[in-house]
Design a protein around this ligand. Structure first.
Ligand code: GLN
Length: 546
């Protein structure tokens, strides 16, 4: 009989697996991104990947209320919002390979089964599903591009869904050469205020569950609201079978960007390079991050910005936009107060009230008809009152609709997404989209080039003629109306050089201080160390608005 697994994998790349226990929402993504940042700042080449235990192929079809924002990569993958954190912390691009779901794993295995690839064998979770998980876990390591690949396992240890992923980690720890991989477990140490005590039992239980699955964590990171004493750390170490000193605290931070510094203070990066036998004695250079944090902490001005959208009750739904505003605020040494305004509640009668005092109005992306008229009202208010306006994707589309209705006089102008019968389809579906019946992964997705017209606001902002931005939409500015818009003052200032599709519309500086709508999603590319120029300029314009 052939042994069950004969494979020993030789690879230069080191692997770090990060699991979470006790409760969800502990900020595993931030911890993974922080560790990656520290390793990168030591001069190592690092990437992070996320394995999500849900059955959707990707989060593209998920309602943002379910799972927060869908983050889009340059290569057009619709991914988990944690990839946004990875890119923001590391300043490097991720790709399709960086986010894998149970759905993708099963899809591959079932397709192979239908092709007869398993030669009559019974296809099972172990080894077929776990083999496919392992294959994907190692992929980025095989490119030779990275010294360390961090893998975050979504969900909480003990969930039925994550079992195959934990089993894959167990097998890899056995198959990979000694010293080339390690495992970190993030847990919660709750504080019981009645007893005035931090409790370690949930952590002990969570680690026991991981051990039962065959995975012994090398480091335990405890999320806590209060500092962990040495005694408590020793207790966790003893009961969880890790070395003293390998229990570290992740105390609530004032900014997510402070977490890498906190983790460094806890020697996390040092523990990891030692454990992985990486001969790297550089101390991480975190000066740029520190500069950013300093500006963030000591703003010289404040500004009120309205974020108009329909998913306002869930913070994570507009994660990248909120982060881009934080980056832009710091770049301007300005504290940005974001006021979420539910577009479903805005009407012509109350718009003044809803947006009173705002120095800038950002109309958010979105899908479907709910809250659209409120977005149109918000654009009108910004345009007429010369308040800095920034429309993103659907926000740009609604600024085109508003202008068509109220300036061009096309009273029923609309996007065919919500009104297919309109006599003025100023936003319309692309021809190739009309044939598509499938929902998942079928939009205009990922990075496309955009050529900017000279002597426009966009050109001034970007300072270059050719840019590249990421997309996620089906509908487009209808070029049939471009002349009408231009004559009335709304110009198209950015176009796709290959297809001619309109990417940016704007009002000239002579009529409005800052009025710009972009079909793409600039928020995906903003980082603390490289704030996006559009967000930076929007905040600067808002600061000048009196
Ligand atoms: N619903 C619009 C479209 O599909 C806008 C999408 C978006 O805002 N991301 O074109």
């Amino acid at each position: 009989m052939v042994p069950f697994c004969t494979q020993v994998i030789f690879m230069e790349t080191k692997f770090v697996f990060i699991t979470g226990g006790v409760v969800s929402s502990l900020g595993k993504g931030i911890i993974a991104a922080s560790l990656a940042k520290l390793l990168q700042a030591r001069g190592l080449r690092v990437t992070i990947q996320k394995f999500d235990p849900y059955i959707n192929i990707d989060p593209g079809t998920l309602n943002p209320y379910e799972h927060g924002e869908c983050y889009v990569t340059d290569d057009g993958a619709e991914t988990d919002l944690d990839l946004g954190h990875y890119e923001r912390f590391l300043g490097v691009h991720t790709s399709k390979a960086n986010n894998v779901t149970t759905g993708k794993i099963y899809n591959t295995v079932i397709t192979k089964e239908r092709e007869g690839a398993y030669l009559g064998k019974t296809v099972q979770i172990v080894p077929h599903i776990t083999d496919e998980i392992k294959r994907r876990m190692l992929l980025l390591g095989q490119t030779g591009e990275f010294d360390v690949v961090l893998t975050e396992i979504g969900g909480t240890v003990g969930d039925m869904e994550s079992l195959p992923f934990i089993e894959a980690v167990r097998q890899l720890q056995w198959e990979l050469p000694e010293g080339s991989c390690m495992s970190i477990h993030l847990t919660l140490v709750p504080y019981l205020s009645a007893a005035k005590e931090l409790k370690t039992k949930p952590t002990q239980h969570s680690v026991q569950m991981l051990q039962q699955a065959g995975v012994q964590p090398d480091v335990i990171i405890c999320r806590t609201e209060h500092p962990l004493s040495d005694e408590l750390r020793r207790k966790v170490a003893l009961f969880c079978n890790v070395k003293p000193g390998h229990v570290i605290q992740s105390i609530d931070a004032w900014s997510i960007y402070q977490v890498p510094l906190n983790m460094h203070a806890e020697h996390l990066d040092e523990l990891v390079v030692r454990k992985l036998g990486i001969e790297n004695f550089n101390q991480p250079d975190l000066s740029k991050l520190e500069e950013f944090l300093d500006r963030l902490k000591h703003p010289k001005k404040e500004v009120d910005i309205a974020l108009v959208g329909k998913y306002v009750s869930l913070q994570d739904a507009y994660k990248s936009i909120l982060e881009a505003l934080v980056h832009a605020g710091a770049a301007n040494s300005c504290k940005v107060h974001i006021h979420s305004v539910n577009s479903e509640e805005i009407t012509a009668a109350n718009v003044t009230d809803k947006l009173k005092g705002m120095k800038g109005i950002l109309v958010a992306p979105g899908f479907g008809s709910r809250g659209l008229e409120g977005k149109v009202e918000a654009v009108k208010y910004a345009r007429e009152n010369k308040i800095p306006f920034f429309g993103i994707c659907l926000g740009m589309q609604m600024c085109v609709v508003e202008f068509a209705r109220n300036v061009l006089g096309f009273k029923d102008a609309d996007s065919t997404e919500v009104n297919p019968e309109t006599t003025h389809p100023v936003i319309d579906m692309m021809e190739d989209q009309k044939k598509t019946t499938m929902k998942g992964g079928t939009m205009r997705l990922g990075a496309y080039e955009c050529e900017i017209t000279k002597d426009t606001l966009s050109y001034k902002i970007y300072g270059s003629k050719l840019i590249s931005e990421r997309h996620r939409h089906r509908y487009e500015f209808n070029a049939r109306y471009a002349d009408d818009f231009r004559k009335a003052g709304l110009i198209t200032s950015g176009h796709n050089p290959q297809t001619g599709l309109t990417e940016i519309v704007e009002l000239p500086a002579s009529v409005h201080p800052f009025f710009i709508g972009v079909q793409f999603h600039p928020e995906y590319k903003s980082t603390p160390e490289n704030p996006h120029p559009l967000f930076r300029s929007f905040i600067a314009a808002a600061m000048n608005f009196v």
